[in-house]
Design a protein around this ligand. Structure first.
Ligand code: DX5
Ligand code: ZN
Length: 219
């Protein structure tokens, strides 16, 4: 599977958000990662469906990868489906009914993702096999951009990759948090094929250079 590079706009300049999205797309981004935070599931606030709606209007061909750090999550799923999300990922801790939430996302026409915090067991992937299209392994604790990559994530990615392969799953395996030129190659070698990166891309002076360099690590 071709690796996907997904800049997280949490690290973008919000006063120029449309320009920032266009700039990373022109620089070769595959999808746009959209971090939704509610000051309840995580201790931070970001943006919601109206922002997605607006971006989707300006970038109708672009795939938006919505990462919901929101509890309870059920009530928000439809708004992001309506907003044009291509992927919607949920944390199992954010609902009592993970299976139902994943299936609601799929029925709404988006790809369904399950997010694993650093402390969340991979067992949930066994229970839910066949019900998701993406596994998003957090390499930081969710809530803030710009954190340091947790090195134990490599082992977790390896285990997740083995599990997905043993299920014959074609789900994507994503890594999110502190991804940079220093660790993207090892994350890829550990089995990831989808790379979310916020600050390492948006703090760079040339988005194309950094995205090209990241991609060159993935071969
Ligand atoms: C953390 C978010 C991440 C994060 C990525 O809660 O899910 O998507 O913003 O940003 P960096 O790459 O800066 O860690
Ligand atoms: Zn995220």
């Amino acid at each position: 599977m071709n690796p996907i590079i997904a800049p997280s706009i949490l690290a973008a300049d919000f006063a120029r958000l449309g320009h920032e999205v266009k700039a990373v797309l022109d620089a070769g981004a595959d999808v746009i990662h959209f971090d939704v935070m509610d000051n309840h599931y995580v201790p931070n606030l970001s943006f919601g469906p109206v922002v997605l709606n607006s971006l989707k209007t300006h970038f109708p061909e672009t795939e938006f990868d919505v990462h919901l750090m929101v509890k309870p999550v059920e009530n928000m799923i439809d708004a992001f489906l309506d907003g044009g999300a291509s992927y919607i990922s949920i944390h199992p801790e954010a609902t009592n009914h993970v299976h139902a939430a994943l299936n609601r996302i799929r029925r709404g026409g988006a790809k369904a993702g399950i997010v694993l915090n650093p402390s969340t067991s991979l067992n949930v992937l066994d229970e839910l096999q066949g019900n998701f299209d993406l596994v998003l392994v957090m390499s930081v604790n969710p809530g803030f951009g710009g954190q340091k990559f947790i090195p134990e994530t490599f082992r977790k990615l390896e285990k997740a990759r083995k599990l997905l392969d043993s299920h014959g799953s074609d789900a994507r395996l994503a890594v999110d948090g502190g991804v940079s030129l220093e660790n993207i190659r090892e994350a890829w070698q550990s089995g990831a094929d989808f790379f979310v990166a916020g600050s390492s891309i948006f703090s760079s002076s040339n988005y194309k250079t950094i995205i090209d360099k990241m991609r060159s690590e993935l071969s």
